[in-house]
Design a protein around this ligand. Sequence first.
Ligand code: AR6
Length: 410
Amino acid sequence: MIHAIKGDITKISYVQAIVNAANESLLGGGGVDGAIHYAAGPDLLEECKTLGGCQIGEAKITKGYNLPCEYIIHTVGPRWHGGERGEAELLASCYLNSLKIAMENGIRKVAFPSISTGAFGYPVEKAAKVAVETVNQFLCDHSDKIEDVYWVLFDNHTLSVYENEIKSIRDAGELYIDKMLENPDIVAAFANAMNLGNLGVIAPHKKKYYDRYSIQWLIDQVDSGAELKFITFWQADSGCENREFSQWYQGEPFIINGRKYYTAEQYMMSEKALFARDYEAYDKIMKEKSPAECKSLGRKVKNLDGKEWGRVAREVIFHGNLGKFQADISLVDKLLSTGDAILIEASPYDNLYGSGIAKENLLNPDGSLKVHPKNWHTEDNPSKLSENKLGFVLMGIRDLFRDLMSKTEK
Ligand code: AR6
């Protein structure tokens, strides 16, 4: 994906390479160049001396030395002379050549500064347009090789300009990931790679699955007198009923977008950290196998906009659980074996992802409901209606797998 974030590029640990906005000598300078040389240490200069400089628009690679990333790609941006001296083409070349070098070196995640917009005087709005369009096009052609491109921007103004540029490309439907999904060959290849036949789960369709069920839907079902069956789960320790459905369940590790996760909880908490742009927390969560630790790190994520996060949480848990189930067909079988039952995370503590009520207080011995869903709440928060988001998202995933099966059986 393409991201614009605020920060100091010398501190970024989650990419394999950062790009330096250097000058033709490659022997250091001010701005981001100075900061990179300072943080990498004097060995960087020694290696740079062997490179014989670099032309404007070209790029060369060195090791990362004391930086948290493995490599530095040095490129030389154009100086701004009013725009009539090929500045845009040269700036585009900086991005293209940097990404080519990244690809040749097996680098999948790269961070750029805002090349040329400091000492070289390139107007930020104009530079951001070239930068984002060039990288977006490159990713269209090479998304199998380059996974993430970040702009790490030092000041709020530059950040907002790059953010707006990404947004306008996305709003125009030109963002590479959306364009790729219009191509049936790519969708089919993607589906094959996931071993699921020609699956219709890609972005435009998935909302109908993760948003299909809700507490209001259940209230209406109960009120309409429909015959309903309920299946609960909570906690993942051995012996816990239907423990496979818990986000803490640890089965086969699974891969989502090239990253490995041990539990759906880890996926969710890492996404939470990314959502809040707390990359330090993200790093910690990605290194942590225990779901309990992931959750506790997730609680400490800084600068989280809880309301906004609440709006996307369903989609996030849908992705995480889809990844988890896809990694293990026996989990899919287990999910499908629940038929049309209402799935409930019967946690007495969780009124958001669960019912807020433990199984014994929620269901009668014959499996019927003891408490109407309009009265589901945790003991300590009677005024807040429980939402059972995890249960409902899992029901959406169950529908998805069922639809896929019926498509592939035809
Ligand atoms: N992390 C991220 N961005 C930074 C950092 C940092 N640590 N430090 C500065 N920036 P500039 P240029 C931002 O001048 O225009 C050097 O002397 C900065 O706020 O570094 O391509 C070279 O040796 C600005 O938004 O690069 C060349 O002679 C952006 O990085 C010349 O400057 C680029 O500013 C290159 O000029």
